[in-house]
Design a protein around this ligand. Structure first.
Ligand code: ADP
Ligand code: CDP
Length: 222
């Protein structure tokens, strides 16, 4: 059977960077499921859906056509054919994505798309998110729960924003938002962020990216 590597963890633990590198190294496909929740949220905001109204979100969520390109060398995400890879990282989407992701109808629709991506992946897939090991791929070949201290995760995001030239007020707001989003993702009723019982815990607080990538590649090759 094709390999499925399931990587979960809170914001800034290194999921995207590490998963993409592991996929590229092993010749596997790569799926950023957070980008799908962000794309759904972007569409809701663009179409004036009240994202704090769960019923409205549940009704609207069947409408957008969300397509994820799973090439580890250049992942893509489109909504109704439009490239949204830029806007989905903006503060408006980031502020609302946890509310949209808490709606069960949104999750069941995106989970189905995610399983479809794994089915068509030729050699296998590295999928990262919040519920890869716990819900979407319960029989994954390898499950990893990536974590890092909140301080380390906040500092990594801050460094990223500083490199982009953003001001300190924006960076401080981002730090508060990261903590708020982790709390929301961990406490929601449907598929809360949690370590699957058979997932390997990797705390990246004091590891370099290279060390984390080596460790996970090693788990897959075992
Ligand atoms: P996530 O997908 O879990 O939110 P990212 O992969 O986006 O996390 O990583 C957030 C930031 O932290 C990126 O700028 C990344 O380069 C950096 N980073 C990730 N893991 C490490 C690590 N072990 N050491 C140093 N920096 C890291
Ligand atoms: O990269 P970052 O940690 O900032 O976020 P992300 O991985 O892009 O995910 C954005 C949001 O989508 C998360 O805060 C969750 O609310 C939601 N999400 C989810 O519920 N389930 C997933 N499998 C992936 C993301």
């Amino acid at each position: 059977a094709p390999v499925v590597v399931a990587i979960d963890g809170p914001s800034g633990s290194g999921k995207s960077t590490v998963s993409r590198a592991v996929a590229a190294r092993l010749g596997l496909s790569f799926l950023d499921t957070g980008a799908m929740y962000r794309a759904m949220t972007w569409w809701m905001l663009a179409n004036d859906v009240d994202v704090d109204d769960a019923d409205a979100v549940a009704i609207a969520c069947t409408k957008p056509v969300i397509v994820s390109g799973t090439d580890a060398d250049g992942p893509t995400i489109t909504v109704d054919g439009q490239d949204v890879s830029g806007p989905i990282r903006g503060p408006e989407v980031t502020a609302k994505v946890s509310a949209v992701a808490a709606v069960p109808a949104v999750r069941s629709r995106l989970v189905e798309l995610q399983r479809g991506c794994a089915e068509v992946a030729e050699r296998g897939i590295v999928a990262e998110g919040r519920d890869m090991g716990s819900v979407v791929f319960p029989t994954a070949t390898v499950k990893v729960f990536l974590t890092a201290s909140e301080a380390a995760r906040t500092e990594r995001r801050a460094a990223e924003l500083r490199a982009k030239g953003l001001d300190e007020a924006t960076i401080t707001a981002m730090a508060a938002d990261l903590a708020r989003r982790d709390a929301a993702d961990s406490s929601r009723e449907t598929a809360p962020l949690t370590q699957a019982p058979d997932a390997v815990l990797v705390d990246t607080s004091t590891l370099t990216l290279e060390q984390v990538i080596d460790r996970i590649t090693g788990l897959v090759e075992e």
